[in-house]
Design a protein around this ligand. Structure first.
Ligand code: AMP
Ligand code: GLY
Length: 415
């Protein structure tokens, strides 16, 4: 079978690797891919959002399965266009992807179907929004209604911070013309529950935890994710059952009811609060860097899972019982501005998996070409062992312009 993976980061590298282990896969294309992915797939220079070009490519090559990584491609309607052309695609339609792309859609859906989440109101007018904040308690959570590349959420501790964020979002339209969802502030450990969904049926993956802040101790600015791990000792079987029965299954059923059945990966960004597990956000795709620690544990045929879910059939999905932990190497300065083109050495000495996030090849050597550059993932029987191994292995990578956190996974033992 010929398959096409759309995207370029560590998440897509992990998907490509999982597909490469399938006996039914003869050829993998990745658009646009990256230097690491190029070792396993033929990279095709088409951007994720160029839906018509991707469709023409898939038709011309006889691609039998396309797997979508990033939300921008979903929002551009890639699943709708491929399906209309009779092409099999793993990923939700534009209407179903609203569960990620519109905060208001997601919040209204949760309210209507009684799915536990933070209380909220939606505003378009700056004055009305600021009045609402002044009448409520602090901290308060302000979410721009639309894709804002991870910068659309502000936790305001003071009225001044809230005012500035609301001006950015509603008056100055820094992210575009939009609305703001103002939410109740919740507290507790966060975790990611990713599920394969083929309309009504929901199949959980092992739960994972991302580390969004740039520096140790959860200090510094929010990033795309600095590391992740599975399993989570603070999430009990009961918690998982609650999350499946009260959140993930009812959400899939609600999407069917609303006429936009979800097909693909439904990502629940959940928080275990004093008052039960609640939804912080939904994503309509694999998480990054969660995917890089989840998929290495899959023992079933990845290609068959994608095909079965896309075809509305019942997939066979099995996982090993190991723990995994991944540490991200990022360019100094990230998530702010950073320089590129620094040579990366020592990757061949690493005993573990390396997924490339932002690299390029120059004169036969890997060089940095993005904010997050690569993630080193190790597997072991216990989380402690996986943590020790990943921390040791990541030190083998030498590059003058990279940094990484040294406390990924520590939180697991502290809750
Ligand atoms: P989101 O983009 O919705 O995932 O939000 C980014 C981050 O902001 C989350 O991972 C949380 O750490 C934090 N956050 C979002 N919503 C809330 C909330 N209602 N209460 C507390 N923290 C939140
Ligand atoms: N790990 C967060 C995300 O994928 O959105």
């Amino acid at each position: 079978m010929k398959v096409l993976v759309v995207g370029s980061g560590g998440r897509c590298h992990a998907i490509v690797e999982a597909l490469s282990k399938s006996a039914q896969v003869d050829k993998i294309f990745c658009a646009p891919g990256n230097a690491g992915i190029a070792a396993l797939a033929e990279c095709v220079a088409i951007k994720e959002t160029k839906v018509e070009e991707l469709k023409a490519f898939a038709l011309e090559q006889g691609v039998e399965l396309t797997v979508v990584g990033p939300e921008v491609a979903l929002e551009a309607g890639i699943a709708d266009a491929f399906k209309a052309a009779g092409l099999r695609i793993f990923g939700p339609t534009k209407a179903a992807a609203q569960i990620e792309c519109s905060k208001q859609f997601a919040k209204d859906l949760m309210k209507k179907y009684d799915i536990p989440t933070a209380g909220y109101e939606t505003f378009e007018d700056f004055d009305a929004a600021f009045e609402y904040v002044k009448a409520g308690s602090l901290p308060t959570v302000l979410k721009y209604d639309g894709l804002a590349a991870g910068k659309g959420v502000v936790i305001a501790e003071t009225l001044e911070q809230a005012e500035e964020a609301l001006r950015d979002m509603l008056q100055d339209e820094k992210f575009g013309k939009g609305k703001v969802v103002i939410e109740e502030y919740l507290e507790g450990p966060e975790f990611s529950l990713l599920c394969f969904v083929n309309g009504k049926d929901v199949y959980p993956m092992p739960v994972a935890q991302d580390h969004k802040r740039a520096f140790d101790g959860d200090k510094g600015p929010n990033t795309g994710g600095m590391g992740a791990y599975t399993e989570l000792p603070f999430i009990t079987d009961e918690d998982l059952q609650y999350a499946m029965e009260k959140i993930m299954r009812p959400t899939a059923a609600a999407m069917v009811e609303e006429g936009c059945a979800f097909c693909g990966v439904l990502y629940g960004g959940l928080m275990k609060t004093q008052n039960g597990i609640k939804v912080i956000e939904f994503n309509a795709r694999f998480g990054d860097p969660e995917t890089e620690v989840i998929l290495p544990r899959l023992t079933s045929d990845m290609c068959q899972v994608f095909c079965d879910v896309a075809d509305g059939k019942t997939p066979v999905i099995e996982w090993d019982d190991q723990a995994t932990l991944g540490v991200v190497l990022a360019s100094k300065g990230y998530p702010g501005s950073y320089d590129k083109g620094f040579v990366i050495e020592g990757t061949e000495a690493v005993d573990g998996s390396i997924y490339h996030m932002g690299t390029a090849l120059k004169d036969g050597k890997y060089v940095t070409s993005g904010g997050r550059v690569m993630i080193v993932v190790c597997k072991a029987p216990t989380l402690r062992e996986a943590q020790q191994k990943a921390q040791a292995e990541v030190e083998k990578i030498k590059c003058e312009n990279l940094f990484h956190r040294t406390d990924i996974g520590d939180k697991a033992f502290k809750y």
